[in-house]
Design a protein. Structure first.
Ligand SMILES: NC(=O)CC[C@H](N)C(=O)O
Length: 172
């Protein structure tokens, strides 16, 4: 969360955390960060943020990274996650292995070509139309867009390359 805020600050935008539905008031967009998607899903439901965010997303852009992407998809391979259904994709949690199998790789194709991206217990994205693939790694989609919403399997907030955040801010 702090790394996302730092990235937005560098790009001249203010950022603040959201804990409850009222915190969404006045925001121009929302980032769903990485973490543990099953826990995040439960916390969102507990705070009433699942419905509030679904409403917010009709008018504002969302950026989901790793666990945040898992929350935004239409289907996951884990029934404990109640997806927000903002990105038309099936997402497999932990596709790239455990924490110790984390890696940094250069992205291929499209918008973020050559970007060095950190994959930490990252999910696989099985994208369907109308989802647009923004970047791939080893031939698989790892960054996608649908309308004003963007999802990444990797962590664009780690490192110096601000292209994903810049791109997302332009969609707002
Ligand atoms: N870096 C991350 O956000 C990991 C996501 C985690 N594997 C999950 O499924 O929730």
């Amino acid at each position: 969360m702090q790394a996302h805020a730092r990235m937005l600050t560098q790009l001249g935008r203010a950022a603040r955390p959201v804990f409850r539905p009222a915190d969404l008031d006045g925001l121009a967009g929302l980032i769903l960060p990485g973490g543990e998607s099953t826990t995040l899903s439960q916390l969102l439901q507990h705070a009433g943020l699942d419905r509030a965010i679904a409403c917010f997303a009709q008018r504002h852009p969302l950026l989901g990274t790793c666990a945040g992407l898992i929350l935004m998809c239409t289907h996951t391979n884990d029934a404990r996650v109640s997806p927000l259904r903002l990105l038309t994709a099936e997402v497999d949690r932990n596709h790239y292995g455990r924490q110790r199998e984390s890696f940094i790789a250069s992205l291929e194709g499209g918008q973020f070509s050559g970007m060095r991206a950190a994959f930490i217990r990252a999910p696989a994205i099985h994208a369907r139309a109308p989802l647009e693939v923004l970047a791939t790694h080893a031939g698989r989609p790892v960054a996608v867009r649908q309308g004003r919403h963007v999802g990444c399997a990797f962590h664009p907030e780690l490192g110096r390359d601000a292209r994903v955040h810049e791109y997302w801010l332009r969609l707002a």
